[in-house]
Design a protein around this ligand. Structure first.
Ligand code: NDP
Length: 355
């Protein structure tokens, strides 16, 4: 198959889905981004993150995000050539200014210093500033765990979410991801938004004419609503009532003022109606369990206690977060990565003509 830009693809055709190899998927995503003027380095980093999500069955943050990148790149502040450079603020704190490009390149460039800092000091911080964001957080914390470290990452978004007990948006959907390394097994990783549901999920309900479950949102007058259109015009709700609300507030503070960046309110104001992805900071922390455990004289015991905890969870039939993803990854690796045919067609139709 020849695309409009002449890329050759060997897609296998499975009715509603197209099955691509990793390289084909990556070339499709990277080719789309560079064709729309994004630098090679940024396109490479963003395409990698989107393809990992597609491979692991996390479609909300997979290639379906590609068409929206065109709107983000049209934001007047967006910098297609941003070339972030790490800046060591203290032995424990590295800063990367994403310089109004996509934040993932800055985060990736900061990871080596974060890892070195955590190994030396036990705990280190990476602050990414001024990045446009559209990716899942788990690939970064999973990468941190691959170095034998625990990882934590969080960021604000736009102020779509009302605090528990409130009536209007004040908080972001604010995702948080955590990883813990395990010997000889995939790391323990969770990654979720602190809103009751993803905004994309509410939009999907509206598209399909389905009512929302109670507890997902409020209408523009601050009344509980199950009408997706009314909630999109009103406010979403945090998960877990006051607990999700407090967690989302912590993320606003730590990934906003603490690293001298925007809150979700400030990010929405900065958007100015451009409908770009939110532009804000991202806080990434790495912890070295071996260094701290050894200093406390119980590294082995700590590892054993962690494994005992995981097996107690699994022995009673519960699953660990990340288990579904790893099963999806194994399937993708054996049969190729499936993407919905309409999405594949949409991406190809949005490729600018080669010229
Ligand atoms: P979910 O509510 O789907 O929760 C996902 C997490 O919970 C995963 O770690 C998942 O593991 C785990 N999980 C789900 N079901 C179970 C279960 N039954 N038992 C144990 N663990 C379970 O996620 P969200 O919709 O809130 O978020 C999805 C993605 O959206 C995240 O990757 C997040 O980073 C991203 N996001 C990004 C934003 C941004 O600004 N960049 C904003 C908001 C969200 P598994 O993967 O194995 O199923």
């Amino acid at each position: 198959m020849k695309t409009r830009r002449g890329m050759t693809m060997t897609a296998r055709d499975d009715r509603d889905e197209i099955i691509l190899s990793w390289q084909e998927l990556f070339d499709l995503a990277c080719g789309f981004l560079t064709a729309h003027g994004l630098s090679q380095a940024q396109a490479h980093a963003l395409a990698g993150a989107l393809c990992k999500a597609e491979r692991d069955g996390c479609r909300s943050h997979g290639l379906q995000r590609l068409p929206g990148t065109v709107e983000t790149m049209a934001h007047p502040a967006f910098n297609r050539d941003a070339d972030p450079v790490p800046q060591a603020l203290t032995p424990a704190v590295t800063r990367l200014d994403a310089d109004y490009g996509f934040s993932i390149l800055a985060a990736e460039r900061g990871l080596p210093l974060l890892v070195t800092g955590a190994r030396r000091l036990g705990v280190a911080v990476l602050a990414v500033n001024n990045g446009f964001h559209s990716t899942a957080l788990w690939p970064l914390v999973e990468e941190i765990a691959a170095h034998g470290l625990a990882g934590l990452s969080m960021n604000p978004t736009h102020d779509w979410v009302a605090p528990a007990g409130g009536t209007a948006g004040a908080l972001g959907t604010n995702p948080i991801a955590f990883s813990w390394p395990r010997r000889g097994r995939p790391p323990y990783v969770f990654d979720f938004a602190t809103s009751a549901a993803a905004r994309a999920d509410i939009a999907l309900h509206r598209q399909e004419g389905r009512a929302l479950p109670p507890g997902w949102g409020l209408d523009a007058e601050g009344r509980p609503s199950t009408d997706p259109a009314a909630v999109l015009a009103g406010a979403m709700l945090p998960f877990g009532g006051h607990k999700g609300s407090a967690l989302a507030t912590m993320i606003e503070l730590l990934a906003g003022p603490f690293i001298a960046d925007r809150t979700s309110r400030q990010s929405a104001t900065f958007d100015g109606g451009a409908k770009a992805a939110p532009c804000h900071g991202e806080l990434i922390i790495a912890f070295d369990p071996a260094l701290v455990g050894t200093a406390l004289g119980k590294d082995e015991a700590a590892q054993d206690a962690a494994e005992d905890l995981f097996s107690r969870i699994e022995r009673q039939g519960a699953r660990l977060p990340g288990a579904r993803r790893h099963a999806a990854r194994a399937l993708s690796e054996s049969r190729g990565i499936a993407i919905p045919r309409p999405l594949h067609e949409k991406i190809l139709s949005m490729m600018p003509p080669a010229g």
